[in-house]
Design a protein around this ligand. Structure first.
Ligand code: MG
Ligand code: MG
Ligand code: MG
Length: 306
């Protein structure tokens, strides 16, 4: 029976590329593994997989009775629905420790770096397994995506060194250009329904018993949202009501200006404003320097919900 290697719901490039890279490593060291996914791949991830010649991992939603290696999260809300009926054999992650628990011992590779794929590179080095060229390529792209081409405050020296080493293996001379190509793919939002955009990189968090959903769209220029902002605002309000959420926030991140406009739908606007010490206007606020949901958005929110 193989171990299924799976990232979080609404998979991003780190979850998909990480599952492929980790499953390959595990197979090389004699542990039969299969990469899977919990949802559709994003246009960015599709771009990466096509560029390096991979198919998307198998879509698999149920893991009851199976062994699972968790990638890029440790939160119940982001894990398979029936994870309690599975055996978690390992976790590789770079987020705050979440609320997944196990009844058996497990392997944990959790480091405060910019991307799970940086940790997976450390695992390859630990096991002394060579990284194939095409796997090095997808790992590198995942790190450039998660670290916003090294601009995110989550980016560490380890991430940069890792990208340099992977670029060498993959034979990529200008990895920053490749990173910009990825963010250009991400910026092509025209013609996409508002709900699809809101859900493209969306995570629910349990904040002291209240459900808070936070989406993020990272683009090269916020003007791409000019014609659809009203629709996005209406949609996050609808999503809040549908899911019985306390709040839904949508971060429109400008990776060149290095900040985010946050759209807010909340039962308690003052609480959200207090978290960021800001004054919103029409349920919107510009947060200068804010690029990272994990490091700059979730922690202050948890502070006010505590
Ligand atoms: Mg992720
Ligand atoms: Mg990640
Ligand atoms: Mg991200």
């Amino acid at each position: 029976m193989p171990v299924y290697v799976v990232g979080h719901k609404i998979p991003d490039s780190d979850s998909i590329c990480g599952a492929i890279a980790l499953a390959h490593l595990k197979n090389q060291i004699g542990e039969e593994s299969v990469a899977t996914r919990l949802g559709d791949v994003s246009p960015e991830t599709a771009f990466i997989l096509e560029k390096f010649g991979f198919d998307a991992p198998e879509l698999k939603l149920s893991y009851a009775g199976e062994e699972v290696y968790i990638v890029d999260h440790s939160e119940l809300t982001q894990a398979p629905d029936d994870i309690a009926e599975a055996t978690i054999v390992g976790i590789v992650d770079h987020h705050k420790l979440g609320d997944l628990t196990t009844s058996t011992p497990l392997e944990c590779w959790i480091r405060p770096v910019g991307c799970s794929n940086t940790v997976i590179k450390m695992m390859y080095d630990f096991y002394n397994v060579e990284i194939p060229k095409n796997i090095a390529g997808i790992m590198l792209c995942a790190i450039l995506s998660d670290t916003v081409i090294f601009k995110s405050p989550t980016c560490t020296t380890a991430d940069i060194k890792c990208v340099e080493a992977l670029a060498e293996i993959a034979g990529i001379e200008d990895f920053k250009e490749l990173g910009m190509d990825m963010f250009k793919v991400k910026s092509a939002v025209e013609g996409t329904p508002a709900r699809d955009l809101v859900m493209r990189d969306f995570k629910d968090f349990n904040m002291n018993g209240e459900l808070v959903g936070i989406g993020q769209l990272e683009v090269i220029d916020l003007s791409v949202f000019d014609d659809i902002k009203a629709e996005l605002e209406a949609d996050i309000a609808a999503l809040k009501a549908e899911g019985n959420r306390h709040s839904v926030l949508l971060l429109l991140t400008d990776i060149m200006k290095e900040g985010s406009q946050m759209l807010i739908a909340s039962d308690d606007l003052a609480k959200i404003e207090a978290a960021f010490a800001c004054q919103s206007e029409d349920n919107k606020v510009w947060l200068d320097g804010v690029l990272s949901r994990k490091k700059q958005v979730v922690p202050p929110l948890q502070g006010v919900f505590a």
